[in-house]
Design a protein around this ligand. Structure first.
Ligand code: PLP
Length: 342
């Protein structure tokens, strides 16, 4: 039997043979003692690339996001983000748990916020109100079907936040997908954000890890919080080497994932069981199931035919393209979608 085509997430990728070689060759040391040169190289590489002062390698994107939120808030503060935000929906209630902060949810189209949406939600100084201290943007927006911000959209948000004394954090789990799509330069990002979280284990195809970028002072504080979260790792250079390899070899190829996502979306548009498909911007395809079908039922039929995907609500499914879904698999998936009799 042929192997199933796995569109559940871009986290399911396996390291390539060359990536594994790079990992095996890594020079490592105890990173809690600051002695792992490969971890230092990864942190430095990304901070230079994004024009930030310093970086911190962590086990997950949830940890880099939650550390950033802890750095940029005090208990009783309020975090402003879109209602689709990963930091709010998919991080186990971490904002309340770790930072004792409340959350103000906005409703941007496909999770994309504007200064006009944010400005009225920033609280005045008043004993009744929580102190608005942080805005979190997500680029690309996972639950927004991979929609992305351009820097032109980000600049006025950052300006508003700075003028009102708020910090701005970027959940850039898929920031390289956004960069490849928009043509914006990574180096232009640093000026707008107090923190940037970047996942190596999504589209970049590394097995583990995320990096938090910020000022030297922020990263010093973040390192202490990482320790308290239990995220200090010892010979982590083996993992960091995979990240370095991915940054050198797996960024420009993201355009291929975006093309594949568009091809899948085109096929889904034609399918009887699909009501509508969110316009594709990057590597995520979210589609709504037509009346008379259920997402669970379609998920089962797809699975039986050889396609794995994820449910994203009672009538919504998600496909994510990645390093391990090559052109042959995309062609086969399109054929299977055409032939599916749910
Ligand atoms: C995957 C993801 C994260 C981090 O997830 P981890 O599994 O903890 O690495 C953060 N934000 C977004 C938008 C994501 O998709």
């Amino acid at each position: 039997m042929q192997k199933k085509i796995d569109f559940r997430s871009d986290t399911v990728t396996m390291p390539t043979a060359d990536m594994i070689s790079a990992m095996m060759m890594a020079k490592v040391g105890d990173d809690v003692y600051g002695e792992d040169e490969t971890v230092a190289e990864l942190e430095n590489k990304l901070s230079v690339l994004f024009n930030m002062e310093a970086g911190l390698f962590c086990p997950s994107g949830t940890m880099t996001n939650q550390i950033a939120i802890k750095c940029f808030t005090q208990p009783m503060d309020e975090v402003i983000c879109d209602q689709t935000a990963h930091v709010y929906r998919y991080e186990g209630g971490g904002i309340a748990f770790h930072s004792s902060a409340s959350v103000r949810l906005l409703n941007g189209p496909r999770g994309i916020l504007t200064p006009e949406m944010i400005a009225p939600e920033i609280n005045e100084d008043n004993i009744h109100y929580p102190n608005s201290s942080l805005v979190v943007l997500e680029n690309t927006v996972n639950k927004g079907g991979g929609a992305c911000y351009t820097l032109e959209q980000i600049a006025p948000i950052a300006e508003l936040c700075r003028s009102r004394g708020l910090k701005v954090h970027l959940d850039g789990a898929r920031i390289f997908n956004a960069l490849v799509r928009t043509g914006d330069q990574a180096g232009d990002y640093g000026q707008y954000f107090d923190g940037i979280s970047i996942c190596l284990s999504k589209g970049l195809g590394a097995p583990v890890g995320s990096v938090l970028l910020g000022t030297k002072a922020t990263i010093r504080q973040a390192k202490k919080i990482r320790k308290a979260f239990g995220g200090g790792m010892r010979q982590a250079g083996f993992l960091a080497a995979a990240g370095i390899y991915a940054l050198d070899h797996h960024v420009t190829r993201l355009a291929e994932d975006h093309l594949h996502a568009q091809l899948l979306a085109d096929a889904l548009e034609e399918a009887v069981f699909v009501e509508s498909v969110m316009p594709v911007e990057t590597n995520i395809v979210i589609f709504k199931i037509a009346a008379g079908y259920t997402a669970a039922g379609i998920l089962d039929s797809l699975n039986t035919s050889g396609i794995l995907c994820g449910a994203f609500g009672p009538d919504t499914l998600r496909f994510v393209t990645h390093l391990n879904t090559d052109a042959g698999q995309i062609a086969r998936a399109i054929q299977l979608i055409k032939e599916l009799k749910p």
